[in-house]
Design a binder for this molecule. Sequence first.
Ligand SMILES: [Zn+2]
Length: 341
Amino acid sequence: MKFKAIRKEAVILDPAREMQPRTIPVEVRSDPLTGRTARICHFMRLQWKKPDLDQLIAGTEANCPFCPDKVLKATPCFPPDIEPEGRFFRDDKVLFPNLAPYDGLGAVATLGSRHYIPMTAIEPERIAGGISLALDFFRRLQALKHAESVYHLISWNYMPASGSSLIHPHLQVFATSTPPNQLRQELQAGESYWKSHRRTYWDDLVAAEKEEGRRFLGEIGRVAWLAAYAPFGVAGDVVGVVGGCRSTLELTATDVVDIARGLTRAMAAYDAMGLYNFNVCFFPGTETDAHARLHLVFSPRTYFNPALGTPDAAALRSLYNESVCMAFPEEIAERVRKQFG
Ligand SMILES: [Zn+2]
């Protein structure tokens, strides 16, 4: 396991110090699996000021299609060959087809009837219920031997800086035979690693991170939690690796609860930094992919300029697919680990 980094320095004549030279460090890290690089730079104290969230959400309930008085009128239904009732239900959570699908079988699952839930008030039971509802949908597709029932993907955009257009908490749920870029590259690299080492990369990563220690956050059941070495997010990422589990359909009820508990701990840690938006993605293999381990990435999001609504992903991230993290992941891990203790 190689944790590669190229260290560089930029020298500027600093206008804030009468044009005296100032040296600014930059580190280019490579993800040990795919070689994808991430810049550790633009160093700042990871502390943001939260806006008045009550003011931000005020009035958004009126037109929310996921609120209980509208959800059964405003959302579409599946054709009867997929679900005769049209939608899937679990307690007050509803799963229905995505009105704006990006694959043959896209769905959205609400996380219940509450319109706005502050990040630290989202209960693990609620998250576990949402994931279980997604699993109900995936298991139906699997039973139907649906052609898209290959990779079972769950993602979560929470609050506007994450790309979510709605405040009401919901998951994006889709099954596809066409894995998205990052998943496909990880699976290909994981297969190469398997062929040359006869071991699963993710098992080796967890063992290496546990030994190295500085990015290891803890374990909940068979889910190991790490701070990413080469993160996607400006404030780092939290990665959960489900030991012994290759595909989403292999998740047990206990795994689902353990994933939910880990996610709420990550949320609590980033809330303490003043962050209140995040993305989550699941990265599964198929059930026959010996080289795959189901893992998920929690990545906090923010605005570079909240007054202008400037997102934290600009040309570098959007078109060069190069991420920028504004603190050392090891230092971020120190703060996040307190919640996993
Ligand atoms: Zn709502």
